[in-house]
Design a protein around this ligand. Sequence first.
Ligand code: GTB
Length: 215
Amino acid sequence: MTITITAFEWSPDGGKGLARDTRVRWALEEVGQPYEVRGVSFKAMKQPAHLALHPFGQIPTYQEGDLGLFETGAIVFHIAERHAGLLPDDANARARAITWMFAALSTIEPPILELGNARLLEGDKPWHEARMPLVKDRVRVRLDQLSARLGDADWLDGAFSAGDLMMVSVLLRLKPSGMLADYPNLSAYVARGEARPAYKRAFEAQLAMNKPPAG
Ligand code: GTB
């Protein structure tokens, strides 16, 4: 059955791979599932046809036959459950890998998103400069803890899993801030994720959709 995901028709990051369709593409590439991508404009995202797929009017979505999903956590989990390659067979190791997916999305991503929002949306506010150290500190608390847990391991819990895919995807959002540079093991962890052939294919595919017009 054909898998179709949605992505920005044109991503505001110009193809840096920061939009969330990249993590879904990466998961599909890891498990070797072909997929099609339908680009959606910001306007179309808020129209009834897309809202039927995604109640919050966002990308990405995932369609496979009569199954329609939204939320990257649910989509990557679905892919990982249906296909070999992203979750261990051992039941406890599998539960731990899923725990890392949740940790990435509910503990690590929120302060990183807040940092992005503070930079992009609040730069002109009179309290912006005073607030930034607090926002950065909240990110640092989580990076300190994650760095301590990862130590000198390659991945968070044994072999690469959907937990690492999600954690690396979330940490990639920090790249523009330069904050990862203070954490050599996390920087190396992210680089290991980016070096995976499946990530490279996903990145190239999203870039191909977002290349600025020549000339
Ligand atoms: N919790 C949802 C999930 O994980 O799927 C969040 C989905 C989401 O935030 N989607 C964003 C979206 O559709 C795109 S990824 N935004 C449009 C809207 O809400 O109207 C977030 C994103 C957007 C742009 C960049 N960038 O250009 O750097 C990076 C990330």
